[in-house]
Design a protein around this ligand. Structure first.
Ligand code: GLA
Length: 413
């Protein structure tokens, strides 16, 4: 499944690997950082920002990252909370004789890029993995975990996505060919190793585990310093994939909280052929899930209606609620699902999602408040129209296929 997908992706990218020459300006060996103080807490609310992969994939360059940083500021996304600018895979070249990893020609000077992103009041993220190669077939961190962590800290990196990929054949299958349990222990040890390496730099770096939800990372990732862990395989900009991922989150709500979050993968809002209802529903549900909100679209060509979705402050406030309680699926009725989330100050968010394609707005759905533990009429705000609404027992709700009603109830009764 995910593993096979990674391998084919890796094979594909390996063919273009040599296209990016090693940069002539080798980074200087970073000075050893002082690790006398515990780093400040990170990810107390789900990390928000932008990541290059979903739109640019292996084509991303230094210029694209700078442009994304510029756009985060000029579009108002930074002010809405999008702070991390994350470079995904394909920035890496080879190691030199000292083991120091160099950047390739697409990223001539990582320190200068980090300085640029920081100068905008933003933070910068990077990508690697515990194997010899990344998913794209580029150099990863096996055997160089501490050295890489120190280099990230010296560059000023604020976020690391650490992707399993070639660790599967390199280590898990090689060292424990017929023993799944032993393979999983090796995987966990590898994530622990990088967690410790990051911690020993003394720099606050968000640690984002990407191993597709294998072996229930929500049970062990927080203990080794993971601030988020992918809870599924890769997202694509298609409703069916988005809905499959959403369905897999049911029951995981008890594992999320300040500093440690389930990650159902980065946003596809504005990508592919998702229509407006689908973009709105995807964003609403990821906010309900207290997911990291990492936009993945091309910000330089973002349409106003996509910007309006990504910068909806009321919806972002659901995601960023300081209580950090992820939504649960309260009930479903055929293809319509009702999710609820408890918010700080006793407030509540309710999402009614018409997930399927069979029921149209012409056939209203009747809300059951009692199933949400609510009694009688509830005053709330519709977060997509911005208007006040009153939710009443059995009220008819007309929702188009793949659309959502998202309501915040300040004082639920
Ligand atoms: C994996 C990850 C993706 C992306 C690519 C990069 O598939 O799950 O999010 O980082 O690798 O190669």
């Amino acid at each position: 499944m995910r593993f096979l997908a990674s391998l084919s992706l890796a094979a594909l990218a390996l063919t273009s690997f040599t296209a990016f020459a090693q940069t002539p300006t080798a980074p200087k060996a970073p000075a050893a950082p002082k690790a006398h103080l515990a780093p400040p807490l990170v990810a107390q609310t789900p990390p928000m920002g932008w990541n290059s992969w979903n739109f640019f994939a292996e084509r991303v360059t230094d210029k694209d990252i700078r442009a994304a940083a510029d756009q985060l500021v000029s579009t108002g996304m930074k002010d809405a909370g999008y702070i991390y600018v994350n470079i995904d895979d394909t920035w890496e070249a080879e190691r030199d004789a000292t083991g120091l990893l160099h950047t390739n020609s697409k990223f001539p000077d990582m320190k200068a890029l980090a300085d640029y992103v920081h100068s905008k009041g933003l933070k910068i993220g990077i990508y690697s993995g515990p194997g010899t190669k990344t998913c794209g077939g580029f150099t990863a961190s096996l055997g160089h975990e501490e050295q890489d962590a120190k280099m990230y800290a010296a560059w000023g990196i604020d976020y690391l996505k650490y992707d399993l990929c070639s660790f599967i054949p390199d280590v898990m299958q090689k060292q424990a060919p017929n023993d799944k349990a032993a393979q999983m222990r090796l995987m966990i040890a590898a994530y622990d190793k990088m967690g410790k390496a990051l911690k020993s730099t003394g720099r606050p770096i968000v640690y984002s585990l990407c191993q597709y939800g294998w072996d229930s990372p929500w049970e062990w990732a927080p203990a080794l310093g993971g601030n988020s862990w992918r809870s599924t395989g890769d997202i694509t900009p298609e409703w069916d994939r988005i809905y499959t991922i959403l369905s897999q989150q049911e029951g995981l709500e008890k594992y999320a909280g300040p500093g440690h979050w389930n990650d159902p993968d980065m946003l596809e809002v504005g990508n592919g052929k998702l229509n407006l209802a689908e973009n709105r529903a995807h964003f609403s549900m990821w906010a309900m899930l207290a997911s990291p909100l990492l936009a993945g679209n091309d910000l330089t060509s973002m349409k106003p209606e996509i910007k309006a979705i990504l910068t909806n402050r009321d919806v972002i406030a659901i995601d960023q609620d300081k209580l950090g309680k992820q939504a649960f699926r309260a009930y479903s009725d055929g293809e319509v699902e009702v999710w609820a989330r408890h918010l700080s100050g006793g407030a509540m968010a309710v999402a009614v999602l018409n997930a399927g394609s069979d029921r149209q707005a012409t056939h209203p759905f009747h809300l059951n408040l009692a199933k949400l533990g609510l009694h009688g009429a509830q005053k709330g705000k519709d977060l997509w129209t911005g208007k006040d609404v009153e939710l009443t027992e059995s009220m008819p709700i007309e929702l188009d296929s793949h659309d959502v009603l998202l309501v915040r109830i300040a004082t639920p009764k």
